[in-house]
Ligand binder design. Structure first.
Ligand code: SF4
Length: 428
């Protein structure tokens, strides 16, 4: 019998990568991967716990997964299982609670379940990288996990507690995984992890790893998932001269006030952040910068917030992922006295989102008349195909038939403001 399995992922790119790798493994083993709303034999919820909002969403999805099919298996994994283990252990709807460090064994656990075997999680090795190669199930882009965990201990962040200390994947393992995916026909590789710029295996650092990746034979391009802005030197900036490396960085800023950055225990100042951006912009003027901004960190005054607004306008981030600070137990910031009200956090979020929208319009406009190399992903019913250009801007291709997962040179002819995408046509 062919079992049906459905996945739901919350949170970061790393979680998405891990879900993709799991789905690929189940697919190869004969399972049918279906939509999460469909009837399935197994539901896997890959949770996130970075904010209260993430916990709330994760709980809601866990609840929705287990209604309507009493015989289905519900596997809950991800950061919330590490952060709220006892709460989830008491949830009778959950068949298996699998912590992050055992996530890559979910296939073995589910398989044992259907064989009627009892599988003890105690015997599982903790291997953070032992995921099977991904297949094109959810995306035409292939994500590769190069690193896990974080040593930074930012005062607001729970990640070091739920993902552990920083660990880097062996260089040969990374290169081998990427080569395999290039041979399978992937045209775009995204390097992912919790803090990828801190990659260090033996004496190979992140820049050297990327150099090695770019030297691999084949027709592919590389981009990075979100990164911390510290420790990125001129060697790193020079990497972008290689046409295989996409001109986009998601550099987490979090706040534009040095006072707040210090209390957050971030590893950079606004000056060093500006310096990095300016160096990159001076070499590659169309470079796309996106970022994360946290509003309402304890003690954030109106003046601090205004500094953040000025900075995000000046840099012109084309997208700002805005989120409200929320208390995470056992973090330093949770013990800070001057917590900010939800009302103020909401107002500040709104303002940042507005700036983000206006920045996006301006950045997108600057591409009209230029061309982008797009990898088309999906064609909709109306005959439009969407994909991403090398600067990680979504492009909707107006006419002409184009092959998915192939490079297409596209001339940008306008903006579709409703869908917030660029409009393009295939260059002949
Ligand atoms: S760098 Fe800071 S915010 Fe990012 S994962 Fe590490 S501790 Fe958390």
């Amino acid at each position: 019998m062919k079992y049906k399995i459905a996945f739901k992922t919350l949170g970061c790119r790393l979680n998405q990568y891990e879900t993709e790798a799991l789905a690929s493994q189940f697919h190869r083993e004969g399972y049918k991967v279906v939509e999460f709303n469909d009837k399935a034999d197994v539901y896997v919820v890959n949770t996130c716990t970075v904010t209260n909002q993430s916990d709330k969403k994760s709980r809601k999805i866990i609840q929705s997964a287990s209604t309507g099919n009493n015989n289905s298996v519900l596997v809950v994994t991800g950061c919330m299982t590490n952060n709220h283990e006892s709460e989830l252990n008491n949830n009778n709807q959950i068949t298996y609670l699998v912590k992050n460090e055992h996530k890559n064994s979910i296939y073995s656990i589910v398989n044992a379940h259907f064989q009627g075997e009892i599988f003890s999680q105690e015997v599982l090795n903790q291997n953070l990288f032992n995921y099977q190669p991904t297949e094109q199930i959810f995306h035409t882009r292939s994500m590769i996990k190069i690193q896990d965990g974080c040593d930074n201990m930012c005062s607001f962040c729970i990640i070091p507690m739920v993902r552990g200390r920083a660990v880097s994947r062996p260089v040969n393992d990374v290169l081998e995984n990427i080569s395999r995916n290039i041979k399978k026909g992937y045209k775009e590789i995204t390097l992912t992890g919790v803090n990828i710029s801190r990659y260090m295996y033996g004496n190979i650092d992140f820049t050297e790893l990327v150099e090695k990746i770019l030297k691999l034979p084949g027709d592919f391009r590389v981009r990075f998932s979100s990164m911390e802005p510290d420790g990125l030197d001129d060697r790193f900036i020079d990497l972008f001269q290689n046409p295989k490396l996409c001109h986009h960085l998601h550099l987490c800023l979090q706040n534009g006030s040095d006072k707040v950055l210090l209390r957050m225990r971030r590893m950079y100042t606004t000056d060093s952040y500006y310096e990095l951006i300016n160096k990159i912009k001076s070499k590659y003027p169309d470079f796309n910068f996106t970022t994360d901004i946290m509003v309402g960190f304890p003690g954030e005054t109106d003046e601090d917030f205004n500094q953040t607004c000025d900075m995000v306008k000046k840099i012109g981030f084309s997208h700002i992922h805005t989120f409200k600070y929320s208390v995470r137990n056992n973090t330093r910031a949770a013990r800070m006295a001057d917590q900010i009200s939800e009302k103020v956090k909401d107002e500040r979020s709104k303002i940042i989102r507005k700036i983000s929208d206006s920045n996006k319009q301006n950045y997108y406009k600057s591409f009209i008349g230029k061309s982008q190399i797009v990898i088309p992903e999906k064609t909709n019913k109306n005959g439009f195909t969407k994909g991403y250009g090398e600067n990680y801007i979504p492009v909707k291709i107006k006419s002409g038939s184009c092959l998915t997962n192939e490079y297409q040179s596209v001339k940008i002819i306008g903006i579709d403001s409703n869908e917030r995408v660029l409009l393009g046509e295939i260059c002949n």
